[in-house]
Design a binder for this molecule. Structure first.
Ligand SMILES: [Zn+2]
Ligand SMILES: [Zn+2]
Length: 387
């Protein structure tokens, strides 16, 4: 890697750092910022900064922690600059065609310090202990990911994941349990992203009450049903995921977005499940595809598959209902019969093994599609369309 010094001289960084070290710093920057696209530039900046102050490195054997400290400083500076830029943009809502993918929605960018303290106060009792500890370290103690990782004896990836989930949960609380608190109003005013009712019937209850929102600051497109689960989400897609982004940005009509994402999901999940492994859709690392099971929930949504990347923290998941709804047979049925919706999970026998029946049915015509799933392994067995 060549780096350009302010004096205009090209420096071969290889003389200073091994390729492996450069890659390590790049990965560290990606982890700290959660933004792999900015990591190369930040690593460059780190090495440049290190070269500039190279005289201060007295003990070469300590060069890794030294570089790490510089990288953390560079990343923090980048984040602060980003936050300043975002707060200047807040008054002007970004049009949906030009979302800012790389700028993550940080609670601290949208709320004043006192508001944030107040929010944590109110929200903490509603969060699981491990999420709570990570959020307090981040927002009350203002620590970076690496420092939190050290404090909690976790990997930075695990901390990133907890923070991402914690922020998502807090956002959800601001729209539900905490909706009437002044802090929620401050957040909504500045966040400025509202749910819009869409003309696509809910695939779970069949009612015409689903909503969608495009949130450029959080970098997500989300859908929910106001009747089944007004506080929850039926889908959430990250616009900064390089595999999803082209589909989420190619079209703006909600029905077109849903159709595209269903097609994408069907193109990805069955193969990933069959193989038990897949390439991470964000960073390309190899990830295990595993089942999840929340026994206290309806098996249609309580059971399913997830692909969690330990390298970048990306988590994709699909419920059994998600698999049933995105298969081509169901999509064809719903195109013809828009009110067709999910029916309660059935049970049957398939080749002598207990199987679950995840069905979608149109009440008026009786047309239906059923996905059969092995009860023990949760593997899809086949699709039966009766039309
Ligand atoms: Zn519904
Ligand atoms: Zn990844």
């Amino acid at each position: 890697m060549e780096i350009l010094t302010p004096e205009g001289a090209l420096v071969e960084s290889d003389d200073w750092w091994s390729e492996a070290e450069v890659r390590r710093v790049t990965r560290l920057c990606a982890r700290i910022t959660g933004d792999p696209t900015a990591a190369d530039d930040l690593a460059q900046e780190t090495l440049l900064e290190a070269w500039r102050i190279r005289d201060r490195l007295v003990d070469p054997s300590g060069s890794s922690p030294w570089l790490d400290a510089i990288a953390r400083h560079v990343c923090r500076r980048w984040r602060v600059a980003g936050a300043r830029r975002r707060s200047q943009e807040l008054s002007a809502e970004l049009p949906p065609e030009h979302p800012s993918f790389t700028e993550r929605d940080e609670l601290s960018d949208l709320l004043e310090k006192e508001e944030l303290a107040d929010l944590l106060d109110r929200a903490l009792g509603l969060l699981p202990a491990e999420t709570r500890v990570a959020l307090v370290a981040r927002y009350a103690d203002e620590l970076g990911t690496t420092d939190i990782a050290q404090r909690l004896r976790l990997s930075p990836e695990a901390v990133s994941m907890r923070l991402t989930r914690g922020r998502a949960r807090i956002r959800q609380l601001l729209e539900t349990d905490l909706r009437d608190e002044p802090v929620a109003q401050a957040w909504v005013t500045r966040h400025g992203v509202a749910w819009r009712t869409i003309r696509v019937a809910c695939a779970i209850c069949g009612s015409a009450s689903s909503s969608m929102r495009r949130d450029p600051r959080a970098g997500v497109v989300q859908a929910r049903c106001d009747r089944c689960d007004p506080g929850g989400l039926s889908s959430s897609w990250s616009m900064d995921n390089p595999a999803l982004r082209p589909h989420l940005t190619a079209v703006s009509r909600p029905s077109a977005v849903l159709a595209r994402m269903a097609a994408w999901s069907h193109a990805w999940w069955p193969d990933a499940i069959a193989a038990g492994r897949a390439s991470c859709t964000r960073c390309g690392a190899s990830v295990d595809v595993r089942t999840y099971d929340r026994p206290y929930e309806d098996p249609r949504v309580g059971r399913g598959w997830h692909a969690s990347c330990t390298a970048c923290g990306e988590v994709l998941s699909t419920s059994l209902l998600g698999l049933a709804l995105t298969c081509p047979e169901t999509r064809a049925l719903r195109a013809r019969r828009p009110r067709a919706h999910a029916v309660p999970t059935g049970r049957t026998d398939y080749a002598g093994r207990p199987a679950l029946v995840i069905g979608v049915r149109d009440e008026a015509s009786g047309d239906r599609v059923e996905l059969l799933v092995d009860d023990a392994t949760v593997r899809p067995l086949g699709v039966v369309a009766s039309v």
